[in-house]
Design a protein around this ligand. Structure first.
Ligand code: F6P
Length: 365
């Protein structure tokens, strides 16, 4: 299916460790095995709408395996179907999908490879419905994409968050404090659950299990009574109390997903300190979780996913996202991926395992 011997790659949504490793895998396989030309679209769908791209030479994609971020740049605002345009002080949204599709035609490629999260896959699915040959590759630290068991970037984020938790143990133990660690993840608790278990968090609060502040404080007091004069609480940014709501940090008006969560760690911290009387501090891991080199696991996954994407192009299997299923690779239809987000099931075996070792989710006494 490499008739034109030319493919284009774009990266959309938030950056995350492993994107460059995927770009490298796709481009090297396409160049080395098919003699294909590879074009990099700049800043995600923004570059597709505005016609900004550049040819990638072999040397551009060599030496980037371990590099954080994306050499192509990205945007989480530019949706061609709802493109933000400033009209004076107002923001207006216009359908510029025809322009984007015309640009794909101008590019004259076998396939447009879209590396991104749910927003990017949603747009890829729409472009495919409109006739663009697309293959998607799942990227997000949040691990919340439907149609795949995991995404590259997640392992790196969990590793960084776990290191943060490990380091915070020192102050928690020395000063007999409660240390709260707020981690990212949007509406999914994957990062909090995995880093919380890996870092031995005493309490883990995730969006999928609304918590009770009194139960959280009681757990801290109980630990104190039993001689554990510190506690580590890992809070997902999307966590919320029973009957309450999430804490919104900011609204990014031109974004495809305007709500930015954050701040719940401070709310939980204040409540614990008030009820338990134990000094409590909050640390927000923030974008540290998205930066720097990918873990070995993510480098391997990125290489597998990137090269598998080229295999889909070889077969003409467009409209799919390459995916992880069990121990192997698979593919999912983009329209199925675009249907929603994959959150943690409260029946997830890792939750049961964490409860078995005494971890509280703030929901049961
Ligand atoms: O989707 C990745 C992510 O890092 C989320 O975990 C977080 O909620 C969001 O992006 C932050 O977005 P921004 O970089 O726009 O603040």
């Amino acid at each position: 299916m490499f008739k034109k011997k030319r493919i284009a790659i774009l990266t959309g949504g938030g950056d995350c460790p492993g994107i460059n490793a995927v770009i490298r895998a796709v481009a090297k396989k396409a160049m080395l095995e098919h003699g294909a030309e590879v074009v990099g679209i700049e800043d995600g769908y923004d570059g597709l709408v505005k016609g900004r791209w550049r040819k990638l030479e072999y040397n551009d994609v060599s030496g980037i395996l371990t590099l954080g971020g994306t050499i192509l740049g990205t945007s989480n605002a530019a949706n061609p179907y709802r493109y933000p345009v400033k009209k004076g002080r107002r923001m207006e949204f216009q359908d510029l999908s025809r322009t984007a599709i015309a640009n794909v035609e101008r590019l004259d490629v076998d396939c447009l490879v879209c590396i991104g999260g749910d927003g990017t896959m949603h747009i890829s699915s729409d472009l495919f419905q409109d006739g663009v040959p697309v293959v998607g590759i799942p990227k997000t630290i949040d691990n919340d994409l439907l149609g795949t068991d995991t995404t590259f970037g997640f392992d790196s984020a969990v590793t960084i968050a776990t290191e943060g938790i490990d380091r915070l143990h020192s102050t928690a133990q020395s000063h007999h404090r409660v240390m709260i660690v707020e981690v990212m993840g949007r509406n999914a608790g994957w990062i909090a659950l995995h880093s919380g278990v890996a870092g031995g968090g005493d309490i883990i609060l995730i969006p999928e299990i609304p918590y009770d502040g009194d139960i959280v404080a009681a757990k801290v007091k109980d630990r104190n009574r039993h001689g554990k004069r510190f506690s580590i609480v890992v809070v997902a940014e999307g966590a919320r109390p029973k009957g309450g709501d999430v804490v919104v940090r900011r609204i990014v008006k031109d974004s495809t997903d305007p709500i930015r969560l954050g701040g719940i760690g401070f709310v939980v911290g204040a409540q614990i300190e008030r009820i338990s009387g134990i000094e409590t501090r909050t640390v927000v891991m923030g974008h540290l979780q998205r930066g720097g080199p990918p873990t070995p696991c993510d480098r391997v996954l990125a290489t597998k996913l990137g090269t598998r994407a080229v295999e889909l192009i070889e077969k003409g299997d467009f409209g799919y996202m390459v995916a992880v299923k069990g121990n192997g690779l698979s593919k999912s239809r983009l329209e199925d991926v675009a249907r929603g987000q994959r959150t943690v099931r409260p029946s997830d075996p890792l939750i049961a395992a964490a409860r078995s070792v005494g971890t509280s989710f703030g929901d049961q006494r």
